[in-house]
Ligand binder design. Structure first.
Ligand SMILES: O=C(O)CCC(=O)C(=O)O
Ligand SMILES: [Fe+2]
Length: 319
């Protein structure tokens, strides 16, 4: 089991009133301390209700259990724009096995990036509105987490202000529901559910079911499980936060492997991910002013990563 700290954020969680500056600072310091260890933290006392999570998982499952033909009517970057369905093999974190064979991620997902567009209303009316609702809770929590990080990192309101458009009331940074189908025999050696990668944005909120398989790469290059801890959200640093902190907080590599054992391979896995990404055109550079890092345009970086992992992104027909 990876060494990931549990941080109690109830003083700034959604069940707390408006957090005081003192609470933001103390919780922010705890989160930063946890991030320094592993780049990950389990957040307890977040206030995103279990009922809301369960309904979101159930609605997502309802969508993924539709026929491939129904889901492909909403294929992301092909039939739709930034919102939509990605089938198995549609997004891959480029990696190869020992024979040099290129492997695909054995996963499906549905993304909601732009509110109100291209929802799969004809085949799964519940999904779009439910993701909007879930996203709005994640946005409110994210606002508090950004304020806490601003306080702990001494960055004034810089982080908060770089996410303003993403976090407008009811807005969605990038909600993604993932479905990892049962793993059949006969896939190429080394196939995993989600290949190793870092996340591209500021940080990521991850809700996972109890199947397991998520692993992170430790500083001594070992893969260790980031097992689900009931009642918590797992949060991890993305590439933009690593740059803002000049590498003091690391975007840790992670992947979703196929758990050993027949029963686990036969079980589908679900997760819900909320990628917090800076507003488009944000120029990210170390808060400390460290000149040894090149500033990066966060939106351009995101598109570059999409182009590298999504074969269909570069030929996007729907703009
Ligand atoms: O499904 C998971 O547990 C992790 C997924 C992930 O890392 C991602 O979508 O970036
Ligand atoms: Fe990830």
């Amino acid at each position: 089991m990876a060494n990931i700290s549990v941080v109690d954020i109830s003083k700034i969680g959604l069940d707390a009133g408006d957090p005081s500056a003192e609470d933001l600072l103390s919780v922010g310091r705890d989160i930063v301390a946890a991030f320094r260890g592993s780049g990950f933290a389990y957040l307890q006392g977040h206030g995103v209700s279990q009922q809301l999570q369960d309904k979101t998982f159930a609605d997502a499952k309802g969508f993924f259990q539709l026929s491939e033909q129904e889901k492909l009517q909403y294929e992301r970057f092909v039939k739709t724009g930034f919102n939509g369905y990605t089938p198995i093999g549609g997004e891959n974190n480029a990696y190869a096995n020992e024979d040099g064979a290129y492997l695909i991620d054995y996963k499906e997902c549905y993304d909601l990036h732009v509110k109100g567009e291209d929802y799969p209303s004809a085949v799964c009316p519940a999904l779009g509105p439910q993701l909007e609702l879930f996203g709005s809770h994640c946005c409110r929590l994210t606002e508090r987490l950004l304020a806490a990080l601003d306080a702990a990192l001494g960055s004034g309101q810089l982080l908060t202000s770089c996410h303003r458009r993403q976090l407008q009331p009811g807005g969605c940074s990038e909600m993604r529901v993932l479905y990892y189908p049962p793993v059949p025999d006969g896939l190429p050696e080394g196939t995993v559910r989600c290949g190793e990668h870092t996340d591209y944005g500021t940080f990521t909120l991850l809700f996972q079911d109890d199947i397991g398989g998520l692993e992170l790469l430790t500083p001594d290059q070992k893969w260790e499980p980031a097992a689900p801890v009931p009642g918590t959200i797992l949060v991890n640093i993305g590439d933009m936060m690593e740059l803002w902190t000049a590498g003091q907080l690391r975007a840790t590599k992670h992947r979703v492997s196929v758990p050993a054992g027949e029963r686990r391979r036969a079980a589908a896995r679900q997760s819900v991910v909320f990628f917090v990404v800076p507003d488009d055109k944000t120029i990210v550079a170390p808060l400390s002013g460290d000149p040894s890092y090149q500033p990066v345009d966060a939106g351009a970086f995101l598109r570059k990563q999409f182009a590298a992992t999504y074969p269909k992104f570069s030929e996007m027909r729907v703009k």
